[in-house]
Design a binder for this molecule. Structure first.
Ligand SMILES: Cc1ncc(COP(=O)(O)O)c(C=O)c1O
Length: 454
C-alpha cells in the first residue's frame, strides 16, 4: 500500500515566516498616498495598523521569527496534513501524481487563522482592544472572530450582504466566537450609507465592506483594521503552509512540477506557492498556477495598474492587477474570490513571469468539487474547488502530452457551510458567468487618471 497522509510533528512547525520580497527579481512598487500620490511611509499606516505589522509590511528581511505565543495557538491545528490524492487520481484516470495540502483542519475551517492569530496577537501587544474587518465568504470573519476570542479582543465584522444571506451559519460562527457581524453595505458607516443610497439592492462586495471596516477603524483610537488577504504581511503569515508542504513532499520522496492555488486576494495561494517560488527563483523548474473565477478574472483580464483597495477610495493606491475599484463581481458562490484586485506581490510576480493564471466558470469548478468529494471524501469550499479544477486540468494536460507530472494544490478550506451552493449545483441553478467585456471596460474607467506603475 502506498502512503496517503504525510504528517509532521508539532515540533516541526515552522519557526519563521518567509518574506518573498527579499528574493523577488523586481521588488513590488511602493503604495501611494490616496491624497498626495506620494509614496506612503510607516507613519501613514499607523492609524490603521499596529507598528509590528507595518514593519512586516515594508520588511525586506527574508525570514521573520514567529513569536512563541502565536506558535502556541498554531499548534491547535498545525502542522496541517499533506495528502496524496490516490483516489482522485484513480477517479480522474490520470497518470500524474496529485498531492494536496489541507488547511480545512483549522477550527474555523480554512487557512485564514494563520494570519488572524498573528494580527490579533500584535494588536493586543500594542494596546488595541478592538479590530474591525470585512468578510466575503465568512471564512475570514469567522477566523478573525476565533483569533480575537482566544487572544482577548473585541471584533466587528462587515459581511458582504450576499454571503450574509447565503451563509447564515458562517454568521452564527462569528457570533459564537463573540464578534459583532452586520451585512455590508450597512447603515453603521458613512461609506455604507452612501452606497445604500445609490444602490439599495446591491449584493455588496469586498471592496464595499473594506471601505466600511477601514472607516470604522480610522474613527476610533481603540480599533485597528484587519485585512484577511492582499497585504504583504498577510501573505507572509500564510507561508507556514508552503514551508510545511516542502518538508512533507520530502517525506513523500517527491517535489512538485506544478503548484496550484485559488486566488481571491491571494493569501492561500501565496502561502503555499511563495516558498516554492523561492526555489524557482533559485533555479528549479516549477509551473506555478493561480486559479480564479471567470466572473472576476483579475489576473487573466485585469490591468496591472495603481488602484484603490476599496470602493470608497479610502485605502492607499497599490500597484496590482485590478478590474477597477467600483467593480461588483456577479454573486457567484465562491464569495471569497469576489475581489476586484489581487495582492501586489502576486501581481508583480505575474508581471515577471514567475506565476501564470487561469480563469474557470462555476459549473466546471463544482464538477471538480464533486469528483473530489466523491473520491477523497472531503467536501471542499467553492473557493478551494478552483484549485481542484486547476489540478485536474493540469493532470489532463500532462496525460495528453504523454507525461507524468507531480501536482500539488492547496485545499484552502472545507465547504461545510457552503451546502446551499451545492444544492444549487444539484438543482442546475448555477449560472456560468464570465465577465462581460463591456462591463469590464466600464469598470476599468474608474482607474483612468490614477498614477501608472513604472
Ligand atoms: C476557503 C477559502 N479559500 C480561499 C479564499 C480566497 O482568499 P485568498 O485568496 O486570500 O486565499 C477564501 C476567502 O474567503 C476562502 O474562504
Amino acid at each position: 500500500m502506498e502512503q496517503t497522509k504525510f504528517l509532521l510533528d508539532e515540533s516541526q512547525l515552522p519557526r519563521r515566516w518567509y518574506n518573498i520580497v527579499a528574493d523577488m527579481p523586481n521588488p513590488p512598487q511602493s503604495p501611494l498616498h490616496p491624497g498626495t500620490g506620494e509614496p506612503i511611509g510607516p507613519d501613514d499606516l499607523a492609524p490603521l495598523f499596529p507598528m509590528a505589522l507595518i514593519l512586516q509590511e515594508v520588511s525586506e528581511e527574508a525570514e521573520i521569527a514567529i513569536p512563541d505565543e502565536i506558535l502556541d495557538i498554531y499548534s491547535l491545528w498545525r502542522p496541517t496534513p499533506l495528502y496524496r490524492a490516490h483516489r482522485l487520481e484513480q477517479a480522474a484516470g490520470t497518470k500524474s501524481r496529485i498531492f494536496y495540502k489541507y488547511e480545512g483542519v483549522s477550527p474555523p475551517g480554512s487557512h485564514k487563522p494563520n494570519t488572524a492569530v498573528a494580527q490579533a496577537y500584535y494588536n493586543k501587544k500594542e494596546g488595541r482592544t478592538r479590530l474591525s474587518t470585512e468578510t466575503g465568504a465568512g471564512q475570514w470573519g469567522s477566523a478573525l472572530a476565533f483569533a480575537c476570542k482566544l487572544i482577548g479582543l473585541e471584533c466587528k465584522v462587515y459581511m458582504v450582504r450576499i454571503s450574509y444571506e447565503q451563509k447564515p451559519f458562517r454568521r452564527s460562527m462569528i457570533q459564537l466566537w463573540g464578534a459583532e457581524v452586520v451585512p455590508s453595505p450597512s447603515n453603521d458607516t458613512e461609506s455604507g450609507r452612501a452606497i445604500l443610497e445609490e444602490f439599495p439592492d446591491t449584493p455588496g462586495s469586498l471592496g464595499m465592506a473594506i471601505s466600511e471596516a477601514v472607516e470604522d477603524a480610522a474613527q476610533r483610537d481603540d480599533t485597528s483594521y484587519s485585512l484577511g488577504s492582499v497585504l504583504n504581511h498577510v501573505l507572509l503569515h500564510q507561508t507556514v503552509i508552503g514551508q510545511e508542504a516542502i518538508a512533507q513532499m520530502e517525506l513523500a520522496g517527491a517535489f512538485p512540477d506544478v503548484v496550484i492555488g485559488c486566488v481571491g486576494g491571494g493569501s492561500n495561494f501565496a502561502g503555499l506557492a511563495f516558498p516554492f517560488i523561492r526555489e524557482k527563483i533559485a533555479g528549479r523548474e516549477i509551473d506555478v498556477l493561480a486559479c480564479e473565477p471567470a466572473a472576476c478574472p483579475t489576473l487573466t483580464r485585469g490591468l496591472f495598474a495603481y488602484d484603490f483597495g476599496d470602493t470608497s477610495k479610502l485605502t492607499p493606491l497599490v500597484a496590482m492587477h485590478t478590474l477597477g475599484h467600483d467593480f461588483v463581481p456577479a454573486p457567484i458562490h465562491a464569495g471569497g474570490l469576489r475581489y476586484h484586485g489581487v495582492a501586489p506581490l502576486i501581481s508583480q510576480l505575474v508581471q515577471d513571469g514567475l506565476i501564470r493564471a487561469e480563469a474557470y466558470v462555476q459549473s466546471e469548478v463544482f464538477a471538480a468539487a464533486m469528483l473530489f468529494a466523491n473520491s477523497e471524501g472531503i467536501i471542499p469550499a467553492p473557493e478551494s474547488s478552483h484549485a481542484i479544477h486547476g489540478a485536474l486540468k493540469a493532470a489532463r494536460e500532462a496525460d495528453e502530452a504523454g507525461e507524468q507530472r507531480t501536482i500539488l494544490f492547496n485545499l484552502s478550506g472545507h465547504g461545510h457551510f457552503d451546502m446551499t451552493a451545492y444544492d444549487n449545483y444539484f438543482a442546475g441553478k448555477l449560472e456560468d458567468v464570465a465577465l462581460d467585456e463591456e462591463e469590464m471596460q466600464r469598470a476599468l474607467r474608474a482607474i483612468e487618471g490614477l498614477p501608472t506603475p513604472a
